[in-house]
Write a protein that binds this ligand. Structure first.
Ligand SMILES: Cc1cc2nc3c(=O)[nH]c(=O)nc-3n(C[C@H](O)[C@H](O)[C@H](O)COP(=O)(O)OP(=O)(O)OC[C@H]3O[C@@H](n4cnc5c(N)ncnc54)[C@H](O)[C@@H]3O)c2cc1C
Length: 412
């Protein structure tokens, strides 16, 4: 039985190795000159391979496709991912928030382990698949420009009994995951749910020239999404035209399909308005003859205090003893809820992942086989499943591939 896998990324490599272990004749095609280009840049070059939390917790971190993904995570858990890599000789470590990394902190070691797992798989590099056609028996695979250099007997087309599309999303296109897999899926009549960026920086319509590079810890980003409130606590930073960092990336995954978004920042989430009022009164009392700028600098970084005062219409040069009660109220209200003008998300290429993809209604959640075309499968990020940061997305790639392999093999 010949299986062609399109894509030598996280999911394609996991699947390829599993299928050869059971005697399938597997060829992986990848448009790049090497495997795992996206894997290489994951986790800032350290590759956060999974998140060692329990299944319920895991599913809470899946933003889309949680129900569909349920059976896959039960058949291949985060612990199974750790065991899988450890069996291949990759020592792992668990960091804050159950994030699992290779002990070496090198994503290249994860790729090496996956290639070891694929020792019996033929991997055709520089082989971008442009078209797949269902033949009378199996599929014909056409490569772009007949550019395959790896195998003499392939001249632009290849025949397989089964095809798995594991081409990833369409963000960070330079890694090879350029969205061409969606075109392949569409050619078989599959619906592609709207593609939008996820885990992506947010653009603001604000003058941020003095704030670029400033990072804030222990703040809450609040979004009112079509009237519903979502609040995320942690770390963020300002970019040249917006905001990024952990809580911003996560928030993007919740607002990427919303019609109406209002954003604001709680700069003092640990304090209530009453506690802030007391603190301000104390500060004012002991610094009566200082400028208001002095008080604000005690509450936030200097560059932010200038931005803050401008937004609130406050005069930083004003003497503290001249600050009116109403102005004190404005300060407190804005410390707890500083509005930021939302200007959309960065483009899809800047997202850590792509949200949307092959419609889950048309894929079997156990075998990952297309419900429209027999012997055609989809695994990994091409599916309409996405999760937050923390190792969840790679676990989705590994678990969908494991389930696909297990159940493909169970079939006659
Ligand atoms: C900067 C960054 C950091 C990340 N960090 C993490 C992290 O630490 N932890 C985590 O869990 N997730 C992380 N992710 C997300 C994770 O990398 C992806 O979700 C995961 O790689 C998806 O696996 P995949 O196999 O579906 O696709 P990919 O890994 O993207 O692989 C797809 C492969 O298909 C090939 N391909 C595409 N089209 C074709 C075609 N037509 N013909 C032939 N080959 C084709 C591509 O060249 C590519 O090699 C990160 C993503 C980015 C961009």
């Amino acid at each position: 039985m010949k299986v062609a896998i399109i894509g030598a990324g996280a999911s394609g490599l996991m699947l390829g190795g599993l299928l050869t272990q059971k005697g399938y004749d597997v060829t992986i095609f990848d448009g790049n000159e090497k495997a795992g280009k996206k894997l290489y840049i994951t986790g800032k070059g350290r590759c956060n391979i999974t998140n060692l939390c329990d299944t319920d917790e895991f599913l809470k971190n899946v933003v889309r496709g949680e129900k569909f993904f349920r059976s896959a995570i039960y058949s291949f858990s985060p612990q199974d991912t750790v065991d899988f890599f450890e069996n291949l000789g990759l020592i792992t470590k668990v960091e804050r928030g159950n994030r699992v990394f290779p002990e070496s902190d090198k994503s290249s070691d994860v790729i090496k382990a996956l290639l070891k797992h694929c020792k019996d798989v033929k991997i055709m590099y520089n082989s971008k698949v442009e078209k797949i056609v269902k033949a009378e028996k199996g599929f014909k695979i056409f490569l772009k420009n007949e550019n395959s250099k790896e195998e003499k007997n392939v001249k632009g087309d290849y025949v397989a009994d089964k095809v798995v599309i594991a081409t990833g999303g369409e963000s960070y296109k330079a890694t090879g995951s350029d969205g061409s897999g969606y075109t392949l899926a569409k050619s078989f009549g599959h619906k592609i749910e709207k593609l939008v960026p996820a885990l992506c920086p947010i653009k603001l319509k604000e003058d941020l020239k003095d704030l670029e590079g400033l990072s804030l810890k222990n703040v809450s980003l609040i979004a009112e999404i079509d009237g519903k409130k979502k609040e995320l606590f942690g770390e963020m930073l300002f970019t040249d035209c917006g905001i990024s960092g952990p809580i911003v990336l996560s928030m993007s995954s919740f607002i990427n399909r919303a019609g109406n978004v209002k954003l604001s920042l709680d700069l003092k989430p640990a304090l209530t308005k009453e506690q802030l009022e007391k603190r301000l009164l104390r500060d004012f009392d002991s610094n009566k003859n200082k400028n208001l700028s002095y008080i604000l600098k005690g509450l936030m970084p200097n560059s932010l205090s200038i931005f803050f005062a401008k937004k609130c219409g406050l005069n930083l040069e004003k003497k503290v003893h001249d600050v009116l009660k109403e102005e004190r109220k404005i300060i407190i209200d804005n410390l707890k809820n500083l509005p930021l003008i939302f200007n959309g998300l960065y483009p899809i290429d800047a997202g850590i992942i792509t949200s949307g993809g092959v419609s889950l209604k048309e894929v079997n959640p156990k075998t990952f086989e297309s419900k429209l075309v027999k012997d055609l499968y989809f695994v990994g990020e091409i599916l309409d499943i996405d999760a937050l940061t923390g190792g969840f997305n790679l676990q989705i790639a590994f678990a969908t591939s494991y389930s696909c392999a297990k159940n493909m093999m169970a079939l006659p």
